[in-house]
Design a protein around this ligand. Structure first.
Ligand code: SF4
Length: 275
């Protein structure tokens, strides 16, 4: 199955609406230092297109409920550098359009602009976490390229959101104002969350940023993910929310358990149904 239910385990921390997940690629060449796919995907930082993906999506999309939508992608990026040559995500968008399926693209890449003609009234969420993206997202396009992509999509009338996610204290929390301010004319909503590493991503972060006392900071384990204490997380999320308020943007946090959201959905997907 390529189109699968998102969060089939129904985690208590997840407030996402019913949606489907679709990953055109296995693994992700963006190789973000904080990424947790290394806990369940072999050769995690090398994108490989899924075999027969376009045909399989066409077979599966016919069975989808038309009241929901597909999120591309959650365990990889639909626009790794390989997509420029391979074009599998573009072919999948064509199929989704031919069946009228709604979708939300979640990416760190400006390659998404190439497919603006296929996005129509669907939603694009671009993740930007810092101005120094090569430190934490070495294989992904620069922050400036992502901002430019949001501008281009927004100029073309496509609804966009920002993911300022994950927030890592001491690494990118102080970029919140700069990032949100830079894209505030191009996005309608911001989704944010604090970093919640798994065992292996925590070990990788310890190697890359030894100056942070990770084990002291991440002292709670909830469902296999490490969490900072609630007060720390709330302080960070309220900080991001106040910047969104200042810029007239709706805000939601993801898997935090806080009742502070001003957006109608945590993932920005409400924009799919607002016209
Ligand atoms: S873009 Fe997403 S899936 Fe890809 S390496 Fe970064 S965090 Fe992981």
């Amino acid at each position: 199955m390529l189109i699968t239910e998102f969060d089939p385990w129904k985690s208590n921390m997840c407030t996402c609406p019913l949606k489907y997940s679709l990953n055109p690629y296995t693994g992700c060449s963006h190789a973000c230092v904080y990424c947790y796919i290394s806990s369940y995907i072999k050769d995690p930082f090398h994108s490989r297109p899924k075999k027969d993906a376009v045909r399989e999506v066409e077979r599966e999309v016919k069975k989808m409920k038309d009241t929901t939508f597909i999120s591309l992608s959650n365990s990889s990026d639909p626009y790794p550098p390989e997509e420029r040559e391979i074009g599998i995500t573009r072919d999948i968008l064509r199929v989704l359009n031919s069946y009228g399926a709604r979708f939300q693209i979640v990416t760190k890449s400006d390659i998404v602009v190439r497919d603006a003609d296929l996005i129509n009234d669907n939603v694009v969420s671009i993740t930007i976490t810092t101005r120094e993206s090569k430190r934490v997202e070495p294989g992904a396009p620069s922050t400036e390229a992502r901002i430019e992509a949001l501008k281009t999509l927004s100029d073309r009338g496509i609804k966009c959101t920002l993911r300022f996610d994950p927030v890592i204290p001491g690494i990118n929390d102080y970029y919140a104002y700069d990032v949100i301010h830079s894209v505030s004319d191009y996005v309608e909503h911001v989704t944010s969350s604090t970093l919640k590493p798994r065992k292996d991503s925590l070990a990788r972060l310890e190697r890359v940023f030894p100056q942070i006392r990770w084990r002291e900071l991440y002292c709670e384990n909830i469902g296999g993910s490490y969490y900072m204490p609630k007060e720390e997380r709330l302080k960070l999320m309220l900080g991001v929310k106040s910047i969104c308020d200042e810029h007239g943007l709706t805000f939601s946090c993801c898997r935090e358990g806080f009742d502070i959201n001003t957006g109608k959905s945590c993932d920005g997907s409400h924009l799919l149904w607002e016209r």
